[in-house]
Design a protein around this ligand. Sequence first.
Ligand SMILES: CCCCCCCC(=O)SCCNC(=O)CCNC(=O)[C@H](O)C(C)(C)COP(=O)(O)OP(=O)(O)OC[C@H]1O[C@@H](n2cnc3c(N)ncnc32)[C@H](O)[C@@H]1OP(=O)(O)O
Length: 173
Amino acid sequence: MKTSFVLPTGIEPLTRHPNATRPGQKIDLHHSMCYGCGADAEVGLRIAVTAGEGLTATATMQVENWMQGGPGVIHGGVLSGAFDEVMGTVPLLLRRPVVTGHLAIDYAKPIPLGSTVHFGCEIIGGIGRKIYTRSYAHLGDPDAPVAGAHALFIVIDLEQHFADYRDKAVHPS
Ligand SMILES: CCCCCCCC(=O)SCCNC(=O)CCNC(=O)[C@H](O)C(C)(C)COP(=O)(O)OP(=O)(O)OC[C@H]1O[C@@H](n2cnc3c(N)ncnc32)[C@H](O)[C@@H]1OP(=O)(O)O
């Protein structure tokens, strides 16, 4: 798939944390009100990410009517959010919390409403606090991707990063 994302030189391989979620199990984390993964979010993608071997993962998302751009197909921004969620979850296999620094999406085919989108994702490697990932999406045939993505995530100190915003957090009612 064509992309204009350029990986820097000097990316080092990274190693899965020994206590990371086992292959085949859902990577459970975060909070139930998250737009990307939360079951209690008023509006959300409700993506479940499953750990794969090494530093890989898979995920699925149902394309619901409210996600329409189109007409009849998913909005590009929704797909972008889905890639962000999938790729942002995989660094948990390193047991390192991250936020997105740079996200790049390549849209190859329209994705109809009602589809199930399947994602594959891997960590390419890292440089210091920078972690590089790539992902692709398909509708059932991995050899026929409908979109791809790359992202740079930055490792953060979780407490410090969100310290000024916790009083704004929304909780389940
Ligand atoms: C488990 C949950 C799954 C969640 C998935 C969803 C994830 C998200 O959507 S997170 C929300 C969206 N992202 C954000 O809100 C992040 C907002 N940005 C920030 O807070 C800061 O800019 C932050 C933390 C990314 C970086 O700031 P800071 O900690 O001061 O580090 P900083 O020194 O600027 O950058 C670190 C390195 O990354 C590089 N970098 C940072 N941003 C970029 C960028 N956009 N492009 C390229 N390089 C970048 C810097 O150049 C630096 O590189 P080097 O170490 O070689 O000098």
